[in-house]
Design a protein around this ligand. Structure first.
Ligand code: DX5
Ligand code: ZN
Length: 225
């Protein structure tokens, strides 16, 4: 199987909300492969962020950008179609969300978009069972979702390796506490999509930070064969 391309997606949770379009453009100009958009409803996680109208504003500002939307909400079944209408390319749903996941993933795919399931730090890989054929991506959380700037939880690393073994064709992404060192560990474990908020948006030079992360990630992959 051809190795999956390394993708680096800045999380716009760490962008300046008053300058959102400008910061999104800056991230893409700095070499990002797309943008990660965190949606929180104040129930599934103890924080509130953006709704479909903000995603639409990002889409309008950047018509060709790849937008991956991470739904940390109780009812992704109700809202996934609205985020797709607003411009999502990928919709990542939490496996812990109390709704019909099969119907949700099927609806995302039927709309021609990429579907993924996300695992919280305490959720085992076995929770993916039964959904395998509906997945384009699996996202491993390496922080408790809700806030940027938290410390990486290394317990995600063996889960990444297990997902790669079980589902070799899906993209494996990782979210939370990603910087050059933790990003390398995740890629060495088999991840190919790195989501990073504070590390990239707070970098003195985002272009350097992305180039450095990509170079280290690609080297780690080559070293791992
Ligand atoms: C956390 C979000 C992350 C967040 C990561 O719940 O899902 O995407 O932006 O932020 P950092 O990279 O700062 O840990
Ligand atoms: Zn996220």
């Amino acid at each position: 199987m051809k190795p999956k391309a390394i993708q680096i997606l800045p999380s716009i949770l760490s962008a300046r909300m008053g300058y959102l379009a400008e910061d999104c453009r800056r991230a893409l100009d700095a070499g990002a492969d797309g943008l990660h958009v965190d949606i929180m409803d104040g129930h599934f996680v103890p924080n509130l962020t953006m709704g479909p109208d903000i995603l639409r504003a990002v889409r309008e500002a950047l018509p060709r950008a790849y937008l991956s939307v991470h739904l940390m909400i109780m009812r992704p079944d109700l809202y996934a179609p609205r985020f797709i209408a607003a411009g999502a390319d990928t919709v990542l749903v939490h496996v812990e969300s109390p709704c019909d996941l099969r119907a949700t993933l099927t609806a995302i795919r039927s709309a021609g978009k990429r579907a993924g399931l996300t695992l919280n730090p305490e959720t085992p890989v076995a929770a993916l069972q039964g959904y395998e054929e509906l997945l384009d991506e699996v996202l491993v959380m390496t922080v408790h979702p809700g806030f940027g700037g938290q410390e990486f939880i290394a317990g995600g690393l063996p889960k990444i390796a297990e997902i790669v073994r079980r589902l070799p064709a899906v993209d494996v992404s990782v979210d939370g506490g990603i910087h050059a060192e933790t990003g390398v560990q995740c890629v060495a474990a088999g991840a190919n999509v790195l989501l990073a908020g504070s590390f990239l948006f707070k970098a003195a030079d985002m272009r350097d930070a992305i180039a450095n992360l990509r170079w280290k990630a690609e080297s780690a992959r080559k070293a791992g064969g």
